[in-house]
Design a protein around this ligand. Structure first.
Ligand SMILES: [Zn+2]
Length: 149
């Protein structure tokens, strides 16, 4: 199984000071994965603005871009979702993105809940734009529901 992860997801703590969004929350996950030999960790690249704009308005992207560091980590999270989806689609194998910041509270033109870009929507809309998929099933296992996109 491929695990999509970038160390900046942990090292960049500046987007929230709330313990609920602490960067250390994924540290034990990665520690456990690194001890297993049947996982390969893949490092993603930030999503392109073209990819992000499939899911968000220009106004929203401009708003996030006004904080250079926030834009970097939010686009890196979206890029992690894209990489995860591409590996799963192209290799027909299970892939899991260990990504932060999360995205299920990011709508086309707004966001809250420590989410900035809707990572899943960006990834799936990219696969749709490339005519690779027509639909997808999303299982959101957060303790509460995400926002409708
Ligand atoms: Zn949530």
């Amino acid at each position: 199984m491929k695990i999509i992860y970038h160390e900046d997801y942990v090292n960049y703590a500046g987007y929230s000071f709330d313990p609920a969004a602490s960067s250390g929350r994924i540290t034990p996950i990665i520690k456990e994965i690194k001890e297993k030999t049947d996982y390969e960790i893949i490092k993603p690249e930030p999503a392109s603005e073209e990819d992000i704009l499939r899911a968000h308005t220009e106004r929203h992207v401009k708003h996030i871009r006004s904080d250079k560091n926030l834009y970097y980590i939010a686009s890196l999270a979206a890029g992690g979702a894209i990489k995860t989806a591409e590996i799963a689609y192209n290799n027909k194998e299970a892939a899991f993105g260990v990504i932060r910041p999360p995205g299920h509270h990011a709508s086309a033109d707004s966001c809250w809940g420590f989410c900035f870009f809707n990572n899943m929507s960006i990834a799936l809309l990219k696969l749709m734009a490339e005519n690779k998929i027509e639909n997808a099933f999303i299982l959101d296992f957060d303790l509460h529901t995400g926002d409708a996109f």
